[in-house]
Write a protein that binds this ligand. Structure first.
Ligand SMILES: CC/C=C\C/C=C/C(=O)SCCNC(=O)CCNC(=O)[C@H](O)C(C)(C)COP(=O)(O)OP(=O)(O)OC[C@H]1O[C@@H](n2cnc3c(N)ncnc32)[C@H](O)[C@@H]1OP(=O)(O)O
Length: 719
C-alpha cells in the first residue's frame, strides 16, 4: 500500500507501507501508481516526496512474490511515469534503498538521503539483474565503471559514498523527510528536463571494449558458473552502446533468461534459508523466540593456536572484553603479537581504531574466573579438552557458559566433565575464525535453552551465520564431508587422478576441488583424527587387509602420503606439488601418479576410465545421502540448516543453493536411482546405500525442498 497526504501546503507526500522493508508488492506498486496520479492531478501540489514507512525507504521488489503470478502494475512503466512527471518528485531515503527501491529512487528527479542510509542494487545476489531500469539509469548517472562495480557485486554503499558517486543529491543527518520536503519546495517550478536520467547520454569512457572485456574476464573468474553477474555486464554494455529504449529491451531480455533460471531459484532459496536458520529450535523445545540469552560482556578463549587467535579477534571486533589464555609463555607472546596484528589490519581495512585494549592475555586459566562465556580452542584431543573442561568448571563463576570449538568431538562427553552440563555447548568456528561467516552451535541433550540462545546471539554479534545443530560425530558439515572425501579416495583407487576429481568439482562451482582443499588445510589434520579413531594404522599392523578397516572398505591413500611427510602446501608436497614449502600454486606431480599406479598394482586394482559425471555423482550424492541421514536423525531442524552450512562453510556454490536444494532440483528419484546404481557397484561402501528418509520422500511424491520440514514431521509421526 501507499498512503497519501499533503504537507507544507503544496507538497504531496507518498508513504510506502509494507513492513518490515516496504518491499514493492503488487499492493505497494498499485498504491504508488494511484498516489502519484493523485498528486500530479492536484493543482495545489507543486512537488512530490516519496518516502517509506518506519524509517525504511524500500527493500526492492517483493522477493516473496517471485514465482507467483505477479499481478499489479509493472515496475518499469510505474517508474517511467514518475520520471516523466511535470512536477519534481524527490525520494526521501532513510534506512535502505535497495534493488527496485533504488531503481524507484533513480526514476525520481532528486534524491535526499539520511547519512545512515544504505543504497545498492543487490539483485545479482538473488540471481537477477536490476531490471526496472537500474542497469540503464545508473551508468548514465555515475558512469560505466562505477555502475559495473555496484551492479555486478551487488554491494551496499553508504550515503556518503552515494553522494560522492552522484547517486544522491543531498545527505542529511537529521529529519530526512523534512529535508526532502524543503528540497522539493526549493525546486518546484524549475525545469525538469535535465533531471530525467533516462535522457542522459552514457558518460564516455575511453576504450569501452577493453573495459568490458576486462570486467567480463574478472566476473567470469569470480562467478564460478553463476550467470547473473555476466548478464549484469551485458546489460550495462547495452546502456553504454545503445539508446535508452533499446537498452531497456536488452535489460528485459536478459532478465527473462535469469528470472526463471534454476540459479535465481537457488539464490532466492538461499536468501530465505539464511533467515530461516535464525529462527532455530531444538528437539527439547528451545526456540529462538522464547529462549532468553545470558548477557555476555566478558568472553575468554583458551588456547591461542590458529583457531583461538581468530576467535579472540572476532570477539574483540564485536566489542567484547576478551581474556586470551595460553599456558606456554612463548606461544602466549607469539599469539599476542599475531592477534594485535590481525586487529590492526582489520581496523585499517574498516577505517576504525583497533580494539587492542579489548584483549588481555594470561598464561593462567584462573584468569577466566569472571568471564560470562569461555570458548575452549585447544588442540583437537579429547583427553586434553576433558582436562580443560574440568579446570573451567572449577574456576569459572556460576552461570558461565562453557563452549568448545571442537570440529566434531562429543560435546556431551565434555559437558559431563563439568558441574553444570546444561551450560555447555559447542561453538564450531571455521578457519580463519575472524573471517569465515559460518558458526555451528552444537547443543547436547542437556544443553539449556539459555546456553544455546547465548551462543547463537554471540554468533550474531560477531556477524556470523549461526546454525544450531545437534551433537553427533562431525556435527553437520564434517559428518557430511567424510563420505565425500571417502568417495574421492576410492575414485583414485579405481583409476581417477586428483586433477580429474578436482576438475569435476571446480567445474561444478566449488572454489577448490577436494584434493587442492586437502593440501591447503593440511593432510596431517585428517590423519591425526583417523589415527585417534584407530583407522590410520600402518598397513598390516591391524592384522586386516590394507583396504578394510573396522569391517568396511577403507582407503589408506591419505595415510600413506602422510607417512611420506607429504602434508600438502605446508611441506610443498601433497596430492600436488608446490614450488616451495608453503607455496600455493599447485601443479601436477608425476611422483603421485606413479605412486597411485604402484598402489593399484600392489592391491590388484585395474584402473578404469572415470568421467566427470561419475566423480560428481559419487562425491556429491554420498554427501547428500549423509545429509538425509542427518535430517532423519533430527540433528537439524530442516534442510535449510544443512544448505546454509555448506554454502557458508564448505564452498558449496551459492547459485546451486546447497546440497539438499541441489538434490531437490536434480530430482529425488534421480538421486535415489544413482545411489542405488553406485551402491550396487560398490556394495562394500555403506555411505552409498540410500538413506531410508530419501526413499520415504520419494515414496511421498518427492516434495520440493521447502516442504520437507512439514513432510518430515508427518513421516515421523507415522513411525
Ligand atoms: C520483477 C523484478 C523487476 C525488477 C528488478 C528488481 C528486483 C529487486 O528489487 S530484487 C530485491 C532486491 N532487494 C534485496 O535484495 C534486498 C533483500 N533484503 C535484504 O538484503 C535485507 O533483508 C535487508 C538489508 C533489507 C534488511 O536486513 P535485516 O534488517 O537484517 O532484516 P532481514 O534480512 O531479516 O529481513 C527482515 C524481513 O524482511 C524480509 N525481506 C527483506 N527484503 C525483502 C524483499 N525485498 N522482499 C520480501 N521480503 C523481504 C526478510 O525475508 C525478512 O522476513 P522473514 O524473516 O519473514 O524472512
Amino acid at each position: 500500500m501507499a498512503q497519501y497526504s499533503r504537507v507544507s501546503g503544496s507538497v504531496g507526500l507518498i508513504t510506502l507501507q509494507n513492513p518490515p522493508v516496504n518491499a514493492l508488492s503488487a499492493a505497494v506498486r498499485q498504491g504508488i501508481v494511484d498516489t502519484v496520479k493523485r498528486a500530479l492531478g492536484d493543482p495545489e501540489v507543486k512537488a512530490v516526496v516519496i518516502r517509506g514507512q518506519n524509517g525504511v525507504f524500500c527493500g526492492g521488489a517483493d522477493i516473496k512474490e517471485f514465482g507467483t503470478n505477479m499481478s499489479g502494475p509493472h515496475l518499469v512503466p510505474m517508474i517511467h511515469a514518475i520520471e516523466a512527471a511535470n512536477k519534481p518528485v524527490v525520494a526521501a531515503i532513510e534506512g535502505i534503498a535497495l534493488g527496485g527501491g533504488l531503481e524507484l529512487a533513480l526514476g525520481c528527479h532528486y534524491r535526499v538521503a539520511h547519512s545512515k542510509a544504505r543504497l545498492g542494487l543487490p539483485e545479482v545476489t538473488l540471481g537477477l539483474l536490476p531490471a526496472a531500469g537500474g542497469t540503464q539509469r545508473l551508468p548514465r548517472l555515475i558512469g560505466v565503471p562505477a555502475a559495473l562495480d555496484l551492479i555486478t557485486k551487488g554491494r551496499h554503499i553508504t550515503a556518503a559514498e552515494a553522494l560522492q558517486l552522484g547517486v544522491v543529491d543531498q545527505v542529511t543527518g537529521h529529519g530526512t523527510v523534512d529535508a526532502a520536503v524543503k528540497f522539493a519546495l526549493s525546486v518546484a517550478g524549475k525545469p525538469l528536463d535535465a533531471r530525467r536520467i533516462s535522457t542522459y547520454p552514457c558518460p564516455r569512457t575511453s576504450d569501452l571494449d577493453a573495459l568490458f572485456e576486462g570486467v567480463m574476464q574478472k566476473v567470469r573468474q569470480s562467478a564460478r558458473g553463476a550467470i547473473a553477474p555476466i548478464a549484469c555486464v551485458q546489460a550495462v554494455r547495452a546502456a553504454a552502446t545503445l539508446p535508452y529504449l533499446q537498452g531497456m529491451e536488452r535489460e528485459k531480455e536478459l532478465m527473462a533468461t535469469l528470472f526463471t533460471s534454476g540459479q535465481a531459484r537457488a539464490l532466492q532459496y538461499s536468501f530465505f534459508a539464511q533467515r530461516a536458520v535464525g529462527r532455530w529450535s531444538t528437539p527439547s523445545g528451545a526456540r529462538w523466540d522464547t529462549s532468553k540469552p545470558r548477557p555476555v560482556h566478558i568472553a575468554a578463549v583458551i588456547g591461542l593456536g590458529t583457531m583461538g587467535r581468530g576467535i579472540a579477534v572476532a570477539l574483540a571486533q564485536a566489542g567484547l572484553s576478551v581474556i586470551a589464555v595460553e599456558t606456554q609463555e612463548k606461544q602466549l607472546m607469539e599469539a599476542k603479537q599475531a592477534v594485535s596484528g590481525m586487529l590492526e589490519r582489520g581496523a585499517k581495512r574498516r577505517g576504525v581504531a583497533p580494539a587492542l585494549d579489548k584483549v588481555s592475555y594470561s598464561h593462567d586459566i584462573k584468569a577466566v574466573a569472571d568471564a560470562d562465556l569461555v570458548i575452549e580452542a585447544v588442540f583437537e584431543d579429547m583427553a586434553l579438552k576433558r582436562t580443560v573442561f574440568r579446570q573451567l568448571s572449577a574456576v569459572c563463576k556460576p552461570g558461565t557458559v562453557l563452549c568448545t570449538n571442537t570440529s566434531g568431538l562429543d560435546v556431551e562427553h565434555l559437558a559431563s566433565q563439568t558441574r553444570n552440563p546444561q551450560l555447555v555447548v559447542g561453538m564450531h568456528f571455521f578457519a580463519p575464525a575472524h573471517v569465515m561467516k559460518l558458526l555451528e552451535v552444537v547443543y547436547g541433550p542437556q544443553s539449556s535453552p539459555q546456553a544455546v540462545a547465548t551462543a547463537m546471539q554471540l554468533g550474531k554479534k560477531m556477524g556470523k551465520v549461526s546454525v544450531a545443530v545437534g551433537n553427533c560425530r562431525g556435527f553437520v558439515g564434517n559428518r557430511m564431508l567424510k563420505p565425500y572425501l571417502e568417495q574421492a579416495f576410492f575414485l583414485l583407487e579405481e583409476g581417477a587422478t586428483p586433477e580429474l576429481v578436482d576438475r569435476a568439482l571446480e567445474e561444478f562451482g566449488f572454489p577448490m576441488g577436494v584434493f587442492k582443499m586437502s593440501d591447503l588445510s593440511g593432510l596431517d589434520v585428517g590423519w591425526r583424527v583417523r589415527k585417534a579413531d584407530g583407522l590410520a594404522e600402518p598397513v598390516g599392523a591391524s592384522g586386516q587387509p590394507a583396504r578394510i578397516r573396522q569391517g568396511q572398505r577403507y582407503s589408506p591413500l591419505g595415510d600413506l602420503l602422510c607417512e611420506q611427510g607429504r602434508f600438502g602446501q605446508k611441506t610443498g608436497r601433497g596430492w600436488y606439488q608446490y614450488d616451495k614449502s608453503g607455496g600455493q600454486v599447485a601443479s601436477s606431480d608425476p611422483w603421485l601418479h606413479s605412486f597411485l599406479e604402484g598402489y593399484r598394482a600392489m592391491h590388484g586394482l585395474v584402473a578404469r576410465r572415470i568421467d566427470l559425471q561419475e566423480v560428481l555423482e559419487r562425491c556429491l550424492y554420498a554427501l547428500i545421502n549423509e545429509g538425509f541421514r542427518i535430517l532423519e536423525d533430527g540433528i537439524v531442524a530442516g534442510p535449510e540448516d544443512i544448505d546454509i552450512i555448506y554454502v557458508f562453510g564448505y564452498g558449496w556454490p551459492r547459485h546451486r543453493g546447497g546440497p539438499m536444494f541441489y538434490a531437490s532440483m536434480v530430482g529425488l528419484e534421480r538421486v535415489l536411482e544413482r545411489l542405488e546404481h553406485h551402491h550396487k557397484a560398490h556394495p562394500d561402501v555403506p555411505h552409498l546405500q540410500p538413506c531410508s528418509l530419501l526413499r520415504r520422500l520419494v515414496s511421498s511424491g518427492s516434495p520440493p525442498v521447502h516442504r520437507w520440514r512439514e513432510v518430515l514431521k508427518k513421516l515421523n509421526s507415522q513411525l
